[in-house]
Design a protein around this ligand. Structure first.
Ligand SMILES: [Zn+2]
Length: 253
């Protein structure tokens, strides 16, 4: 229970922004998603997380809170239109005694450059394994590619494009280099977004993946489809099966 002092600070701190009885409110949804992702092994300790944007407001998970124990009170809120300097973020609501997530600049890139409503960051072992399998590609153009798998239909065709990819389409997810500090990844993530304008995800070498979507449901569905494809691709590799095949050209027998 909050002490009298905490309550007084909370009132000045726009606490109303994170209080709702609606389970779909971002302040309730982010902890629920993080608990689910923790159960899947996508986030652990303080690694990974999720952010949701509703119009001008961005809701962010904090740093330093165990993902499965996160509460609405732990959520940061900022106004996109009030951000003048990315290095000096202004928050409308900050939790007491916590720090903003180092993923914040990367989540913001998905919101500002792709108009996304949700961005999910996982440290899934399948994502990490895919980046390890791609280390023989030149770092300047490292990309995961797969086609002719049903689950590819779980992805949108691209930014401002209607509809989803088809079974025969090739899904491409670029891989960027990891950096010692997560916030420094933003520059590389933005470069990859420019180079692959239709991608909804970016892999980070030996680290994990960032996935976003036009809605929370789409971001979640794409994150799940992607993890399925990464796991499948690792198993295919073990069996010597190629990720890209030409059955599209052969057609039905
Ligand atoms: Zn991370």
């Amino acid at each position: 229970m909050a002490s009298t002092t905490d309550s007084a600070q909370a009132t000045e701190n726009n606490d109303h922004l994170i209080k709702s009885t609606d389970s779909k409110h971002p302040a309730n949804l982010i902890p629920a998603l993080c608990r689910k992702f923790w159960g899947l092994g996508w986030v652990s300790g303080t690694g990974g997380g999720a952010s949701i944007r509703e119009n001008d407001l961005v809701y962010l998970a904090p740093s330093g809170v165990s993902k499965e124990l996160m509460e609405p009170e732990n959520i940061y809120v900022l106004s996109m239109s009030k951000q003048e300097d990315p290095k000096k973020r202004v928050y409308l609501r900050s939790p007491l005694n916590l720090k903003p997530s180092q993923c914040t600049p990367l989540f913001m890139a998905a919101f500002t450059r792709r108009n996304a409503s949700c961005c999910i960051h996982t440290h899934s072992q399948w994502a990490v394994l895919i980046t390890l399998l791609l280390e023989n590609q030149p770092s300047s153009n490292r990309v995961f590619e797969i086609n002719n798998i049903e689950q590819i239909k779980g992805f949108g065709k691209g930014f401002q494009k209607q509809g989803n990819l088809g079974y025969h389409d090739t899904l491409r997810i670029p891989v960027i280099e990891n950096t010692p500090h997560e916030e420094d990844l933003a520059e590389y993530l933005e470069e990859a977004m420019d180079k692959y304008p239709d991608t909804y995800a970016v892999l980070v070498r030996r680290h994990g993946v960032y996935v976003w979507g036009d809605t929370v449901d789409k971001a979640k569905a794409q994150a799940e489809s992607l993890d399925y494809l990464f796991q499948l691709a690792v198993e295919m590799h073990k069996l010597g099966l190629p990720w890209v095949s030409s059955i599209a050209q052969i057609g039905p027998s």
